[in-house]
Design a protein around this ligand. Structure first.
Ligand code: PLP
Length: 433
């Protein structure tokens, strides 16, 4: 049955939409908690949550109840031309949690649109289309967000409304940051920023956009404090800082509610999506009122923050706070991180185990080198599935396993997933010459 669906998928959907597991593609037909069941009746522990989006888990009564209550009113949609109570309440919560004084919030349907809106605001308030972005980043699939995406596999066009200058990523496995201490990395990056501003920009740059931990890029991150160090230089000429929190927000990183909080800085804008809707289409931008209000003409999203997605968003935030899922992400994430690091000691195919909270990655290389091993990565990925565990892949060279389980993951599930992952790594390590 799944095979049929794969053929039908391939017959009507475009070829550039990747699908996991090739001929063995999975159709997920039901879910509960952290588990999903496919069309063949096989159940998996889900460590990827539809790309870090099923943040609370599947079939969560509180979220279902909130959405059902909204549906029962008969009003699925009104447009933002009318007052939407759920949206105002959600904006109040996001503004309060953002850490940005007197914040305004604009809702969208996706992370791409959130970043696109942030670009609109930043370029208007600064009267400049120059943007600084980070290599190995991913910010979305529209022309502006592709332009600030520093990842060849995800750049389908060079057409750009923006002038983009690039700063180094925090990759420590290879490249110029390899082997450097945190302090030295920050010094190198600041030198690079100053040199970039002085040489390849026209001086009036609008903003720097950065993911506190790069998602698609394989959970690469700069040292703590990096964004704060950048901001000191940016402040000299009023350049804005935008944190793309699409993957890192809402407590996922465990130690902090937002990824930016590891960096001793408050951004001017933050963008969010994915987990806030737990599967309902919801994203947005929160930021300084003067920047948010700088758009000089009407800008409108028909669906952004509609009654149903906002109902879901409110229930998700309440759930995260009421159950202190940030603390759970730290506690359960530490079990995974420690377990993976311990196992990696005897696995020469593993170059690095990294991440924080429930955002964890394993980078694979040819043993004894830093040569990326995408084939071994695919093998481990497939072995995980055989062992009943869904994980993600990523990284510039497609050689990174990515884990972003629901923040409700239990200790028992963490240990179960860890065992499946370590077994898969051991199997592939043993096969590797
Ligand atoms: N920003 C980051 C950091 C992302 O990881 C993604 C998606 O993976 C996006 C933006 C784009 O979000 P969406 O796919 O909802 O448009």
């Amino acid at each position: 049955m799944t095979d049929d669906l794969l053929a039908r998928h391939q017959a009507v959907l475009p070829s550039w939409m990747p699908i996991y597991y090739g001929d063995e593609a999975i159709e997920i037909v039901s879910g509960s908690g952290r588990h999903v069941t496919d069309a063949n009746g096989r159940t998996y522990l889900d460590f990827f949550g539809g790309v870090l989006t099923t943040m609370i888990g599947y079939d969560i009564p509180e979220i279902r109840a909130a959405v059902e209550e909204q549906i029962r009113t008969g009003v699925a949609h009104t447009s933002t031309l009318y007052l939407i109570r759920q949206q105002v309440e959600l904006a109040e919560k996001v503004a309060r949690l953002s850490g940005i004084p007197d914040a305004r919030v604009f809702f969208t349907n996706s992370g791409t649109e959130a970043n696109e809106a942030a670009m609109l605001m930043a370029t208007n308030v600064r009267k400049s289309n120059q943007i600084l972005a980070i290599k190995n980043s991913y910010h979305g699939r529209t022309f502006a967000t592709m332009a600030i995406t520093g990842h060849r596999s995800w750049s389908s066009s060079s057409l750009s409304p923006l002038q983009v200058s690039w700063l180094p990523s925090g990759d420590r496995v290879r490249g110029r940051m390899a082997g450097l201490s945190d302090g030295d990395q920050i010094d190198v990056a600041i030198d690079e920023l100053r040199e970039t501003l002085a040489t390849v920009t026209a001086g009036d740059v609008a903003a720097l956009i950065a993911e506190p931990i790069q998602g698609v890029g394989g959970f690469v991150s700069a040292p703590d404090g990096m964004l704060g160090a950048y901001k000191k230089v940016l402040d000299e000429t009023g350049i804005l800082l935008i944190a793309d929190e699409v993957q890192t927000g809402w407590g996922r990183t465990g130690e902090h509610f937002w990824g930016y909080q590891a960096h001793d800085v408050v951004p001017d804008l933050i963008t969010f999506a994915k987990g806030i809707g737990n599967g309902f289409a919801l994203g947005g931008v929160a930021g300084r009122a003067d920047v948010m209000n700088a758009v000089p003409a009407i800008s409108f999203s028909t669906f952004g923050g509609n009654p149903i997605s906002s109902a879901a968003g409110n229930a998700v935030i309440d759930y995260v706070l009421n159950h202190d899922l940030q603390a759970n992400a730290l506690r359960v994430g530490t079990i995974l991180l420690d377990g993976l690091r311990e196992a990696a000691g005897s696995l020469p195919i593993v170059a690095e185990v990294r991440g924080r909270g429930l955002m964890l990655a394993v980078e694979l290389v040819r043993p004894g080198t830093t040569e990326p091993d995408s084939a071994a990565t695919l093998r481990v990925f497939d072995e995980c599935r055989k062992n009943g565990l869904l994980v993600g892949k990523g990284g510039l060279y497609n050689n990174v396993l990515r884990m972003g389980p629901p923040l409700t993951l239990t200790e028992e599930e963490a240990r179960e997933g860890l065992a499946a992952l370590v077994a898969a790594l051991r199997t592939v390590n043993a096969e590797t010459p």
